[in-house]
Design a protein around this ligand. Sequence first.
Ligand code: URA
Length: 220
Amino acid sequence: MGASDVDPPRDCPLCPRLVAFHRGNRAAYPDFFNAPVPSFGPADGRLLIVGLAPGLRGANRTGRPFTGDYAGDLLYATLIAHGFARGTYDKRPDDGLELVDCRITNAVRCVPPENKPVGSEVSACRPFLLNTIAGMPNLQAILVLGSLAHGATLAALGLRKSACKFGHNAVHPLPDGRTLVSSYHCSRYNTNTGKLTTEMFHAVFGTVRALLDGPPATRS
Ligand code: URA
């Protein structure tokens, strides 16, 4: 794949179950995007965030990762707070929000039934994830949201899961000199159950910011 085919085509045929789901959703929701959701944000950013997959009425509707999804409310507010986005997040792809030094993608680009991609779908989408990573010349840190994105990213990088154990706010130096940071996914389930709090999510972005720019200066 060349740099121009980083994103899967609109009619990507690789996953029969997801193709069929799209077909049904195109009939049921003709105004939705209903196609593989492309990455969002500048390819020359130093940070890549890897999510799970588009939500049916969120990214699959709007065509922008996390946009309109419950998880996007926390993600975009946190990105703005940590200087990785500017503007206003208004749950619409034309809200003018800009990502700064950061790109967002998903381990699986198509909406899966019940938000659950199967292993073969994660594997089929891996070349696109790898291409996204390869297309970021300044990439220094990859933040994975949830254990599925963690596993998919390690596989794309040719690393074993045992090489980097998933944990919240866990930092893993990679053999290529970059750093992998893992976080609980900012899903409605995780925030409603208290598995992930807003503070815990901010702490992850504090870690990422310190990795990219060094720790904040202390006053003497
Ligand atoms: N929306 C996305 O685009 N990705 C996720 O992982 C969750 C919601």
